[in-house]
Design a protein around this ligand. Structure first.
Ligand SMILES: Cc1cc2nc3c(=O)[nH]c(=O)nc-3n(C[C@H](O)[C@H](O)[C@H](O)COP(=O)(O)OP(=O)(O)OC[C@H]3O[C@@H](n4cnc5c(N)ncnc54)[C@H](O)[C@@H]3O)c2cc1C
Length: 510
């Protein structure tokens, strides 16, 4: 093991991925985490003695974890049990209509033809072609790359890539673009919702976010034991490679002198020396001085617009009325008002779209029997203010479950069968975020260039996580962790004391 010490602050997806990669290279890695378990936003809540997955539930871009685990000599199959879903999501509208989007595009096309007519099915086929091209164009220069500059990005796209973007109208919003792709307003709404996967409004997001549709069509998996099982699996791999995980350990200050990081102070008073530190929390915590005045300059001083927060219910309750699939979306007819409420009025939506995750196999649940349910509505990230009152939370809860009832699903949260989590709760758990769950909002076509990258102006301090390039979501945060590990390895390799055999990306010694 090298004498270089790396402290990683946070065991979220970014921090876990950095830890695995660095520990595998023989680096001395300690992960300090405030919470009692790995995962960060990937977490569960216990209701009536039953664990309900209460963070991310949609697992996509499996290739990220295939590559990560393969690079350290193991595999996704060896570390966790995952199952591909046939139905990506079941969608309900107030007019009583319902559509399953399938992992098989041909099946979706046939379903759309039966539901909305042959012309719309052809539009869907064209849409799939566009999103496929878009994803292929952007995966290298945007998703896999270290933070791109505008010039570098254009260069990497080349003539062909620029042509693909030009066809879309790069300045167009996702909502406007989808209006050109579809005639049926329900399909426009369905695909516009993908902007919320980045915590953003379809009205302000660039049309390029259409690529998220392709990410889903490439596959959605469920993880046995929930997404938390995945966080635990990654922690196990990191521990096997030598990383040390310390829970209930909050970093209070990142120490530096003469422009260089030299360690961290924990809330307990303990000092951990480190010549490299990776910060996996929200970058807003650095900006606001929570980790010390001197590290503020590691990120730009102007705060970017915050992404969405959420109001969620982790429930163990019977459901009744409609047959749920694993992922279910209950739309309102007026979609714009939800985002006006959240982003313009900074209040909980009066007419929220409701996401319902039914976490048990339907065959395993007898009628009338309680099942594991997670409900989520989008919310403004103002959990650090006093704008969201208890009364507003109650009102939003009433609107949410009334909406579900109107669309046929009978489900009622009580203190015995559910735990509610508000933007304030998320803010407390993820300091300086206001409850924003996806870093900064992806608003405007230049927003991809404004996220920080893995390196900072403070020597020895690196960043990983959803508020860092390439952005939010479980796989993207994991990619950012790998980018941070690469940057650390590159800097260690440039010092004479690091064993040169340990080049980044080498194969494993399980
Ligand atoms: C309700 C919800 C639903 C979501 N749905 C999806 C989905 O379906 N699919 C998807 O891909 N993504 C989804 N996301 C987003 C996804 O979970 C996140 O983008 C991703 O997990 C963030 O990972 P991260 O690396 O940024 O770390 P985080 O999860 O933000 O974890 C950071 C960790 O750092 C710790 N930390 C911070 N400061 C300190 C400190 N000073 N000292 C010690 N520890 C500290 C925190 O305690 C935390 O554990 C969802 C998120 C939520 C909350």
């Amino acid at each position: 093991m090298s004498e270089h010490k790396v402290v990683i602050i946070g065991a979220g997806m970014g921090g876990l991925s950095s830890a695995i990669t660095l520990a595998h290279q023989g680096v001395n890695v300690t992960v300090v985490e405030s919470a009692s378990a790995p995962g960060g936003k990937v977490h569960s809540r216990e209701v009536a003695g039953v664990a309900i997955d209460s963070g991310p539930t949609v697992f996509t871009m499996r290739w990220v974890f295939d590559a990560l685990l393969r690079s350290v000599g193991t595999s996704v199959e060896a570390e966790m049990r995952i199952t591909p879903l046939q139905v990506l999501a079941r969608h309900f509208w107030p007019d009583g209509s319902q559509l399953d989007l399938s992992a098989n595009a041909n099946e979706s096309e046939a379903a759309i033809a039966a539901w909305s007519g042959g012309d719309e099915a052809r539009r869907f086929r064209d849409f799939c072609k566009t999103t496929r091209q878009l994803y292929a164009t952007l995966e290298g220069p945007m998703i896999r790359a270290q933070r791109p500059s505008m010039g570098g990005f254009m260069g990497d796209l080349g003539f062909k890539g620029l042509g693909v973007l030009a066809q879309l109208g790069p300045m167009r919003s996702l909502w406007d673009q989808l209006g050109q792709q579809f005639s049926d307003p329900r399909l426009r709404q369905l695909f516009a919702r993908y902007a919320t996967y980045c915590g953003s409004s379809p009205w302000q997001s660039p049309a390029t976010l259409m690529l998220i549709a392709q990410v889903e069509m490439d596959g959605v998996w469920s993880v046995e034991g929930g997404m938390v099982a995945m966080a635990h699996a990654l922690e196990r791999v990191g521990s096997r490679r030598g990383a040390v995980f310390r829970y209930h350990s909050t970093c209070q200050r990142i120490e530096h002198r003469q422009g260089r990081v030299y360690g961290v102070h924990l809330q307990s008073g303990e000092f951990l020396p480190a010549d490299r530190v990776i910060f996996n929390g929200d970058t807003g915590a650095l900006r606001s001085g929570l980790l010390g005045e001197g590290v503020r300059r590691a990120v730009t001083s102007s705060a970017p617009p915050r992404s969405l927060s959420a109001l969620t219910w982790s429930m163990y309750s019977p459901t009744q009325g409609v047959a749920l699939d694993r992922h279910n979306v209950f739309f309102h007819s007026s979609y714009a008002s939800e985002f006006e409420d959240i982003f313009e009025r900074q209040r909980l939506p009066e007419r929220p779209t409701v996401y319902v995750c039914a976490q048990d196999q339907p065959s395993a649940v007898m009628p009338g029997q309680a099942e594991r349910i997670f409900c989520l509505v989008n919310a403004p990230a103002c959990g650090d203010g006093d704008g969201i009152t208890e009364e507003a939370l109650e009102q939003c809860q009433n609107h949410t479950f009334q909406h579900l009832r109107q669309l046929g699903l009978n489900l009622e949260p009580t203190t015995a069968n559910s735990i509610r989590t508000s933007p304030q709760d998320f803010h407390r758990r993820f300091p300086a975020s206001g409850g924003a769950l996806y870093g900064q909002a992806t608003h405007g076509w230049t927003s991809i260039f404004s996220r920080p990258g893995s390196t900072t102006p403070l020597s020895g301090l690196y960043l990983a996580g959803g508020s860092v390039h390439p952005g939010p979501g479980v796989p993207m945060a994991a990619l950012s962790g790998q980018r941070a590990a690469e940057a650390v390895m590159a800097s260690l390799a440039s010092t004479s004391t690091f064993p040169m055999g340990a080049t980044f990306g080498g194969m494993s010694t399980p």
